[in-house]
Design a protein around this ligand. Structure first.
Ligand SMILES: NC(=O)c1ccc[n+]([C@@H]2O[C@H](COP(=O)([O-])OP(=O)(O)OC[C@H]3O[C@@H](n4cnc5c(N)ncnc54)[C@H](OP(=O)(O)O)[C@@H]3O)[C@@H](O)[C@H]2O)c1
Ligand code: SF4
Ligand code: SF4
Length: 368
């Protein structure tokens, strides 16, 4: 097992961590076995939350007696001071410890939540600072979905020491390009959730196998993890695991090489076929196989902008920011079709570019 420094926390964490969200569907016996195997295999970073059902209690029961062997991160969804203090005390009790290594603000995914939790002076961040001073928690982190604005705010803040982000081969939130490099440059430890698409990409292989018994470990999950592990801006990836089999397989994967170009392409194709499942219905996965375009058209960025604009869940400011970084827009496309042949997701690129000219122009003129 290799270890990375978790940003300015200075903690040396296993680059394969353990996401503990799935325990509510498992028996204590299986969870105890999985967590102990993880520790025996060198995993020393476990992530849970007040909101993950019995997860904290199950961890406490399974491995509290080995407390000096691991770092524990948990989180609260509360934004108010009193409620967060209460959550911290409950977490300590559930985890059977007197110290939590990282306490995180959970899913601060819009400006309103940021203002309540971070800016109000009486929010959950203040509760964490007080708990830190009282010696109950070591470091303060934040987890964010969708709001690139909040992610950028977190990278500028000096209080947060870790940031948890959704990142995988589909990179629906543009985190690989926009946030991870910046966060690691700013000294934040980067914790990657949803490397397997929240489990959706683990369905690809079983669907391929149909009714046949699955004879071997899931090669799609393996590739998904290798993709994330190869990114130097990632401190630790925390796949959700729930039994010893998954732990053993993922530990084996951790020491494998990054994806070869052919494997990367195959993974893109498989995930591309399933993109109907993707939350933002965004089919372009930013692999850049379509580049270079002979006319210099910046295809992936343009398609990213158009996908952001279509999504109800992503703020238009994100689209404007990506659009404004494009020098060679969709109007330069001459429809030669070269890019279509290269695209593993089967996107009709010239059609989308032509269709999106006006929308794209509008987006790039909206930058603040
Ligand atoms: N901050 C937040 O708001 C937030 C939100 C979500 C998650 N998280 C954290 O991030 C962690 C990871 O996210 P996630 O669990 O939602 O998504 P994930 O890691 O992308 O996917 C987890 C799923 O992948 C499958 N899997 C993992 N290893 C496997 C293997 N070797 N073979 C076959 N399948 C395998 C499991 O499916 P099966 O269940 O079918 O076995 C598991 O449920 C969570 O555990 C949690 O700690 C944080
Ligand atoms: S079809 Fe358009 S975008 Fe694609 S390679 Fe040709 S000029 Fe470039
Ligand atoms: S258009 Fe196709 S080839 Fe180009 S980045 Fe998107 S998915 Fe990859």
């Amino acid at each position: 097992m290799k270890y990375n420094k978790l940003g300015r926390t200075g903690l040396e964490v296993s680059r394969l961590g353990f996401g503990c969200i799935k325990f509510r569907e498992e028996t204590q016996k299986n969870v105890t076995e999985a967590l102990n195997l993880a520790l025996d295999s060198g995993i020393n970073f476990f992530d849970t939350a007040r909101g993950y059902g019995p997860s904290e209690e199950m961890i406490g029961q399974a491995i509290a007696h080995r407390r000096e062997e691991f770092y524990i991160a948990t989180k609260t969804k509360e934004t108010g001071y009193k409620e967060a203090i209460r959550d911290i005390d409950i977490s300590l009790k559930n985890l059977r410890t007197d110290f939590i290594d990282i306490y995180q603000l959970h899913s601060i995914s819009n400006k309103e939540k940021w203002d309540k939790a971070v800016n109000s002076g009486r929010g959950s961040l203040q509760a964490m600072l007080d708990a830190q001073r009282a010696g109950k928690i070591g470091h303060i982190g934040i987890t964010i979905h969708r709001s690139l604005e909040n992610m950028l705010r977190a990278t500028r803040s000096e209080i947060f020491e870790t940031i948890m982000l959704l990142y995988n081969i589909a990179d629906e939130e543009n985190v690989g390009e926009e946030i991870l490099p910046r966060a690691s440059r700013c000294g934040l430890g980067t914790i990657v959730m949803k490397a397997v698409g929240g489990g959706r990409f683990a369905e690809i292989y079983s669907a391929q196998m149909g009714n046949k018994p699955v004879p071997e470990r899931d090669p799609v999950v393996e590739k998904c993890l290798r993709f994330v592990l190869a990114n130097d801006h990632v401190s630790t990836v925390i796949p959700g695991m729930r039994n010893a089999k998954e732990v053993a397989e993922n530990v084996q994967t951790e020491c494998m090489k990054p994806l070869e170009p052919q494997e990367h392409r195959e993974l893109m194709e498989m995930v591309g076929e399933r993109t109907g499942l993707l939350r933002y219905e965004q089919r372009c996965m930013q692999c850049k196989y379509c580049l270079p375009c002979p006319e210099g058209v910046e295809i992936p960025k343009i398609l990213r902008t158009l996908a952001f604009l279509k999504s109800e869940r992503i703020d238009n400011a994100n689209a404007a920011r990506v659009a404004s970084s494009v020098t060679n827009g969709p109007e330069l496309c001459i429809g030669c079709g070269q890019c279509n042949e290269a695209c593993p997701a089967g996107i009709d690129i010239p059609y989308l570019l032509k269709d999106g000219i006006d929308t794209f122009r509008e987006a790039s003129s909206c930058v603040e």
